[in-house]
Design a protein around this ligand. Structure first.
Ligand code: SF4
Length: 253
């Protein structure tokens, strides 16, 4: 296939190939175990600076102890701290969890709101978390930009920005809203499994033939070298028998 040469082309090709590599909807791809938007909000807040596996070890007891926003809003902070301690930053996370639950009760009737403008007013909830909730549980447009999405989108030449909000704006402008959430989760999976920070496995990457940061020679680059050699052949005068032409050497390499 033709190699995409623009940020939009690379973004669309990345979305198409990762959809084959990591199939499923945003809900199916989300690794945080939960039964409703409130639980996903809790799990996403806990996932900061932690792993999905670690969060999934903590949340069953937490959800059983505080099944509703009302229960969590009235919780004893010391008890919550103890339950979430192993996820790290447990004091700050406990403040966010109880503050978030209190805000849900006081301002949203105990329900998780859908608009991003409302979600981002909740303690501990930034754009990334809000977009997770929207895309995974509400089937609404949302493209969370975490460290993997930020890194991969720059490596793949989708954006030159470094600010997550600007990266989100760049990516969402190039894709249909229904694709946003799943693409983010697929890029996270690809960043964890293949395009690993500081040691990307380009030789195993399904995007390597068009990724501007690929460390492996691609089929096209080999073809380009052969083509370049042919051009050199055309303009290089015949050498005496036994002579070596640069073009031939290029073609063999
Ligand atoms: S080719 Fe390499 S740098 Fe590019 S996305 Fe794949 S693993 Fe990352």
């Amino acid at each position: 296939m033709a190699r995409p040469r623009t940020p939009k082309g690379r973004t669309r090709e990345t979305a198409a190939r990762l959809a084959v590599e990591y199939p499923g909807s945003a809900k199916e791809l989300c690794a945080l175990e939960h039964d409703n938007p409130f639980q996903l909000l809790v799990a996403t807040i806990l996932s900061a600076q932690s792993t999905d596996v670690r969060v999934n070890m903590v949340t069953p007891a937490l959800f059983a102890r505080y099944p509703t926003p009302e229960d969590l809003a009235a919780a004893d902070p010391a008890e919550v701290e103890q339950l979430v301690a192993s996820t790290g930053f447990f004091r700050a996370k406990t403040r966010s969890l109880i503050g978030m639950a209190t805000a849900l009760v006081e301002r949203f009737g105990g329900e998780v709101p859908v608009p991003i403008e409302d979600l981002t007013t909740l303690p501990g909830v930034g754009r990334k978390t809000a977009n997770v909730i929207r895309s995974v549980d509400f089937d609404a447009p949302g493209l969370p930009v975490d460290t993997h999405v930020l890194r991969l989108s720059r490596l793949l030449g989708m954006t030159t920005n470094t600010d997550p909000e600007k990266v989100e704006a760049d990516l969402t402008a190039m894709l249909a809203p229904r694709e946003w959430g799943a693409l983010s989760l697929r890029m996270i999976l690809h960043g964890r499994r293949v395009c690993i920070a500081r040691r990307p496995r380009c030789e195993d990457c399904i995007l390597a033939d068009f990724c501007p940061s690929s460390r492996v020679p691609t089929v096209r680059s080999t073809a380009a070298v052969v083509d370049q050699a042919a051009q050199i052949d055309k303009v290089t005068p015949e050498l005496p028998a036994g002579g070596v032409r640069t073009g031939e050497k290029l073609a063999i390499e």
